[in-house]
Design a protein around this ligand. Structure first.
Ligand code: PEP
Ligand code: MG
Length: 561
């Protein structure tokens, strides 16, 4: 057996095939490259090249559809950014040739994005891709891209994959993705999961692999084995196939092995995510992140536009629960038309979520009104909840506003430790809870979600987070109210069993995680889930909590978890 490279497994399953190395980056145009003196013509050429790249990205998105269409149209918007065009024009005016001007203007944006960190820093790969495509158009080089034909499925290896590369891939020709860079929220990871392609990202040494060498990619373990022995290939592929069979064999509503119902719901960002939610058997929507409708806008969407987007979701789940979260603006999701009062040195602790509505009550009234109209005539069960609630006064204020708007079921997200600690008081003021473990972890461990240097602390397995979840679930149960989880923790099949054992009454997650969570629950009784929860809370570290829970959940082995 050859070398084993390691990275993060971000899309489960196994793939085996020859390495296809994605063409290297387009060479940097030489520094000091000058145009022939006709700045007007050079600017036209550069503008036309940017427009052609944007058109091409949009066309690829249309051909691919689904998640890829959204990703590519966002990338096309970057290519159409007037700021970039102005930056290029200014450089051309000083005599710089078009390709070099594009390179330098993009370089400035690149630095800005990289400096922000987090999600935006991961968009740097998208920006580099647009830059390379534009330079390719200007210099007559072939566009970077993936093969459209191959004799057998290949393992696509790259420094990072741009959405434009992955969107038009023929799924049958790709055995797996491996990238040298990228993290769990990179586009490679998101699209790989959406396409069901096994993937390993952040894999040091990947671009040093030799084209044509055969590699075995384990997207769960995060390993890439070079020229593995045939028996190992058979074992890993066989185990992956068995896991897949076990997954697809478990169908129907979420329940433990002894029939304790745990409804499994989908997290969505808008109507475009409905198809995947339905395809993976979601019993409803557990988190509709409505802010996606508001982001990247100069003005708020009209009530008519909002109503249409909400209605599409209500109509997709006749008789089913649809939990809509009101606008969660601020912090990592700033909105141009809802500016905070002034400088916020710690935006995550500033005016975000429901706090923003206290400053802009008309915005809340307009969203609640649109929701109330959208549900009329549908049979969906609308649950409306507010993010970032810290006090009982806020909870009561929001519930009252919902009831006045004609929305009978009003709840809150439990994301702030104060809300979990005093869950009994808050439960009396609202109709349901949904725990946002992403923010609850951030605030419990005082580790900003946006700061990768403290990413290790962002672990929902930490017993302190588990204790707060237990308190929230107990508070809700004492008042006879439901308490779901809609943070990423619910998508971890092992943690999902623990959450059930802690008393959580429903689980909501990105659609691809649904079969895994369904299968993990179906293999354990509610007593086993409770024992796993007790074991996890008895631990002192996140790692020990996870190990202790796994020890109490014997059915995980069958799923290779
Ligand atoms: C959460 O905080 O867990 C959550 C679901 O909300 P978001 O990730 O959108 O902040
Ligand atoms: Mg949140």
């Amino acid at each position: 057996m050859g070398a084993v490279l390691r990275g993060s497994g971000v899309s489960p399953g196994a793939g085996y095939g020859p390495v296809y190395l994605l063409a290297g980056a387009i060479p940097e145009p030489p520094a000091g490259q000058r145009h022939d003196g006709d700045a007007v013509a050079e600017k036209k050429r550069a503008t036309a090249a940017l427009a052609r790249v944007a058109d091409d990205l949009e066309a690829r998105g249309e051909r691919a559809g689904g998640t890829a269409r959204d990703v590519l149209s966002a990338q096309a918007m970057m290519a159409r950014d007037p700021g970039l065009e102005v930056g290029v024009a200014e450089l051309v005016d000083t005599g710089t040739a078009g390709p070099r001007a594009v390179f330098e203007a993009f370089g400035r944006y690149r630095e800005l994005l990289a400096a922000v960190g987090g999600y935006l820093a991961e968009r740097v790969a998208d920006l580099d891709d647009i830059r390379d495509r534009t330079i390719a158009v200007l210099t007559g080089l072939p566009m970077p891209g993936v093969p459209e034909h191959a004799a057998e499925p290949y393992v696509l290896v790259a420094r990072d994959l741009a959405p434009a590369d992955t969107a038009v891939l023929n799924r049958d020709l790709v055995a797996a993705f491996v990238t040298e860079e990228g993290g769990p929220t990179s586009h490679t990871a998101i699209l790989a999961r959406a396409m069901g392609v096994p993937a390993v990202v952040g894999c040091a040494g990947a671009t040093g692999l030799v084209a044509g060498d055969r590699v075995l990619v384990d997207g769960a373990a995060g390993t890439v084995t070079v020229e593995p022995a045939r028996e190992r290939v058979d074992a890993v592929l066989g185990a992956a196939a068995a896991r897949q069979a076990a997954l697809t064999a478990t169908t129907g509503p979420g329940a433990t092995a002894d029939g304790f119902a745990v409804p499994l719901l989908a997290n969505i960002g808008g109507p475009r995510d409905l198809a995947a939610a339905l395809a993976h058997g979601a019993e409803g929507v557990g988190l509709y992140r409505t802010e996606f409708l508001f982001l990247d806008r100069a003005e708020a969407p009209s009530e008519v536009e909002q109503e249409a987007a909400y209605r599409a979701v209500f109509e997709a789940f006749p008789g089913g629960r649809v939990v809509v979260r009101t606008l969660d603006a601020g912090a990592d999701k700033p909105l141009a038309f809802l500016p905070p009062p002034g400088e916020e040195p710690n935006p995550a602790l500033g005016e975000r979520g429901l706090r923003m509505f206290r400053r802009y009550p008309d915005m809340m009234a307009s969203q609640l009104g649109a929701l109330a109209r959208a549900v009329t005539g549908t049979t969906a069960l609308p649950y409306v909840m507010a993010p970032m609630v810290a006090t009982v006064e806020e909870a009561a204020w929001f519930a009252e506003a919902c009831h006045q708007a004609g929305l009978a079921t009003a709840g809150i997200m439990i994301e702030v430790p104060s809300a979990a600690l005093r869950a009994r008081d808050l439960a009396a003021a609202v109709d349901f809870f949904s725990i946002g473990t992403n923010d609850l972890t951030q605030y419990t461990l005082a580790a900003d979600r946006q700061v990768s240097a403290v990413a290790e602390l962002q672990d929902p397995w930490h017993p302190a987070v588990l204790d707060l979840i237990a308190l929230a679930a107990e508070g809700a149960a004492a008042a006879g109210k439901p308490c779901g989880v809609c943070g990423e923790a619910a998508a971890d099949p092992v943690l999902a069993c623990v959450l059930t054992g802690l008393g959580v009454t429903s689980l909501s997650m990105g659609a691809p995680a649904l079969p895994w969570v369904r299968a993990a629950l179906a293999r354990h009784t509610v007593e086993q889930c409770r024992a796993a929860a007790v074991a996890a809370r008895g631990a002192t570290t996140a790692t020990q909590a996870k190990d202790a829970a796994r020890g109490a959940l014997p059915g995980l082995a069958e799923l290779g978890l």
